[in-house]
Ligand binder design. Structure first.
Ligand SMILES: [Fe+2]
Length: 194
């Protein structure tokens, strides 16, 4: 059995239903739950898009759980999650991937797997896209375009909580230009948000 299949077998031992149960055990804020689902859908999109369709559930679960500790323990983000997920019996590869999205912010666990790099690069960016959509009179993701996203990206006061530094570092990790990351993430976002 090759590594990928083995990883998939272990990872899918955790169902989406069970992961959702874990998430809602520690999160009740609607904004956090919606963000978790947005990142989940983004991860699923990129798994398919980048040729990892057979690992789609695995990528999605990492997205769903990535901020599991943030609502209750914001000052221990990505550190508390490691103990918590271990306690819940969640697979080490999922645990590691979750912690790696805090690289150079709150952990020193570097994203290595392509899936981890996608999580790192799109977590903050999808937040920015959501804020840009709210600026449109239509409130429709279908109106998203690279030009307006770049304009808002440069305006540091706009959606100030979305770290531009993390987005740039994420693009760099992927070996993509910032424009490419934005264009592809806009396409992801439009695939599930109307
Ligand atoms: Fe997040």
């Amino acid at each position: 059995m090759n590594g990928t299949n083995y990883e998939l077998k272990r990872a899918t031992a955790l169902t989406r239903e069970r992961a959702w149960e874990f998430l809602t055990r520690y999160n009740s804020d609607d904004f956090h739950l919606r963000h978790a689902e947005t990142v989940e859908k983004t991860m699923r999109y990129f798994a398919r898009e980048l040729g990892f369709g057979c690992e789609e559930d695995y990528w999605g679960i990492v997205g769903l759980l990535h901020d599991i500790d943030f609502e209750k323990w914001p000052s221990e983000h990505c550190v508390r999650s490691q103990a918590l997920l271990k306690e819940l019996g969640v697979d080490d590869s999922i645990n590691r991937a979750v912690a790696s999205h805090g690289y150079a912010i709150c952990t020193d666990i570097k994203p290595e797997h392509l899936m981890e790099k996608i999580l790192y690069a799109t977590d903050e960016l999808t937040g920015l896209l959501g804020a840009v959509v709210l600026m449109y009179p239509s409130k429709s993701a279908q109106d998203l375009n690279l030009k307006s996203v770049k304009k808002k990206f440069k305006d540091k006061k706009f959606a100030a909580g979305c770290s531009r530094e993390v987005i740039e570092r994420g693009a760099e990790m992927l070996g993509w230009t910032l424009d490419e990351l934005m264009e592809r993430t806009i396409a992801a976002y439009q695939s599930f948000e109307k």
